[in-house]
Design a protein around this ligand. Structure first.
Ligand code: RET
Length: 247
């Protein structure tokens, strides 16, 4: 039944992907439910945050169903020799998810900090560069993949610089409550986002851990970066009128 990869998820990985799917769906319903308790002009962060978990629900539904992947030739080390002639399952559907959701996460943060639109658009463009270089690197079999990885890491450094220096100053200038909401969510983001290239390095990059372990590594990161981040962000906004942020 269809194409198979030599190195692929088992029922353990699939079950875990389904569990994450369920959490993403519940989080989406919770964020949408919370939105309805607010007047329409106060719902922007609920809508952005619910969109993030909605898109993730569909990506995880795909991976739980063992869909949205393609086989890539890999080599690996066995005691004293290199084994080749095998392929590994690479879930490109992750990158379609990230292409949509990472700009929305940045929108959550940069709008909280009241950043001007040109900055928001530019940081999102650099974020798309990061995701696309990661995707291309994941699909390339030769060691050129690490060239793409380096471009992606440079893009991540720029994003972290804008969040940690420019946006943090803007958020603090908007008030103590805004500064604090931004600090918690921005710090969580900076910490988690630097772990994604590490996961990539041992999965798509170096083929060091199994696709089941990949499911757990990226799954935990995505649970923290989407539902947990979203809850923290909406909690931080509980007493902030978006009009104060120019929204
Ligand atoms: C890649 C590989 C190339 C180098 C870098 C990467 C960073 C990815 C990041 C992903 C974040 C995803 C999130 C998803 C949803 O919650 C593409 C792995 C730097 C930071 C937050």
């Amino acid at each position: 039944n269809g194409v198979r990869a030599d190195i692929a998820i088992t029922t353990h990985g699939s079950d875990w992907y389904w569990a994450v799917t369920a959490v993403m769906i519940v989080a989406t319903m919770a964020f949408m439910g919370l939105a309805t308790t607010k007047p329409r002009q106060h719902r922007i962060f609920h809508y952005i945050t619910a969109s993030i978990t909605l898109v993730a629900s569909i990506a995880y539904f795909s991976m739980g169903s063992n869909l949205g992947w393609t086989p890539i030739d890999v080599e690996f080390q066995r005691s004293d020799h290199v084994v080749s002639g095998f392929n590994r399952e690479i879930f490109y559907v992750r990158y379609i998810d990230w292409f949509i959701t990472t700009p929305l996460l940045l929108l959550d943060l940069l709008l909280t900090a009241g950043m001007p639109w040109p900055t928001v658009m530019y940081v999102i463009l650099i974020d798309e560069v990061m995701i696309v270089t990661g995707l291309v690197g994941a699909l390339v079999s030769s060691s050129y993949k690490w060239g793409y990885f380096v471009f992606g890491c440079a893009a991540l450094f720029y994003i972290i610089y804008v969040l940690g220096f420019e946006a943090r100053k803007h958020a603090n200038a908007l008030g103590k409550d805004v500064g604090q909401a931004f600090l918690y969510c921005g710090a969580l983001t900076t910490f988690l986002w630097t772990l994604y290239p590490i996961a990539w390095g041992v999965c798509e990059g170096g083929n060091i851990i199994s696709p089941d372990s990949e499911a757990v590594f990226y799954g935990i990161l995505d649970l923290l970066a989407k539902p947990v981040f979203g809850a923290l962000l909406l909690f931080g906004h509980r007493n902030i009128d978006p009009a104060r942020l120019g929204l």
